[in-house]
Design a protein around this ligand. Structure first.
Ligand code: XBP
Length: 249
């Protein structure tokens, strides 16, 4: 079946949001709450094994001697998470994050070819809105046929829920779409939903195994370094994506 929609993951895939965005925003939230907590780059990488900012806070509190008792953790995590998202939006507005190289061009290929765009992420809607409004302008939403966020699919990746709901919103079977992901949990979610996926490596998931991905490479801006090797030179184009899909079918 012909490729009819490209589904984008957000964090790590559209932009390197984790190290310089969410992590920094979490630390600003800790300071605002008067907490002497700080997530350095390494520790944040460990916490990223769990999808979801609120879930990450709860995981961290499990091993903190100065965390509140269990009955108060949920409330603290929810409040810190809301504060973090406000700081994240401010960071995005300040220009701290940009789309990864090659993303805009591949989106352009899709628009030119009539291939619809969609988002399937386990991040909060406000974070997606902040990032894409900054990168694509306030009318960004009109360019996407479906945008599924944490609020739409509460079961976080690797659960396939967000991809299954995205397929339902698009009215397409998995065989008519391709996803772009960066993390093992995202690839597992795709597999569970029957969605073929390519992986563009990100800072925090540079070397993780991603079994089942159609292709894995260092970024959409270059054809070198991809496995299987690209047939077309230059950046990763829609034509290259279609070729990988053909090999898989
Ligand atoms: C990324 C996530 C999110 C973000 C933070 O999901 O796991 O938790 O790190 O966002 P994806 P929230 O790769 O699916 O985009 O704080 O809003 O959860």
């Amino acid at each position: 079946m012909k490729l009819q929609a490209l589904i984008w993951d957000v964090d790590g895939t559209l932009a390197e949001t984790e190290r310089d965005g969410h992590r920094v925003a979490f630390n600003l939230a800790f300071a605002e709450f008067g907490l002497d907590w700080f997530w350095d780059e390494y520790h944040y990488g460990e916490l990223l094994r769990v999808a979801g900012g609120r879930e990450r806070l709860l995981l961290d509190m499990e091993t903190r001697a100065d965390a509140p008792d269990e009955s108060r953790r949920e409330a603290l995590a929810a409040a810190l998470h809301a504060c973090k998202n406000t700081h994240y939006a401010r960071l995005v507005d300040s220009g701290a994050l940009q789309l990864r190289a090659g993303v805009r061009e591949l989106m352009g290929d899709c628009a030119a070819a009539g291939v619809r765009l969609a988002v399937a992420t386990t991040t909060s809607r406000s974070n997606v809105d902040a990032l894409l409004a900054m990168a694509l302008g306030d009318a960004w939403r009109a360019r996407f046929a479906a945008v599924l966020c944490a609020e739409d699919a509460p079961l976080k990746k690797p659960d396939p829920q967000v991809y299954l709901r995205c397929l339902a919103a698009l009215g397409l079977p998995g065989s008519a779409v391709l996803a772009v992901e960066d993390a093992p949990a995202g690839v597992a979610a795709c597999r569970g939903a029957g969605v073929p996926v390519i992986v563009t490596r990100s800072h925090y998931f540079a070397h993780d195994a991603v079994p089942g991905a159609l292709a894995v490479g260092p970024g959409l801006d270059r054809a070198e370094g991809w496995s299987p090797a690209t047939a077309l030179p230059g950046r990763i184009t829609l034509a290259q994506c279609a070729q990988w899909l053909d090999i898989a079918h």
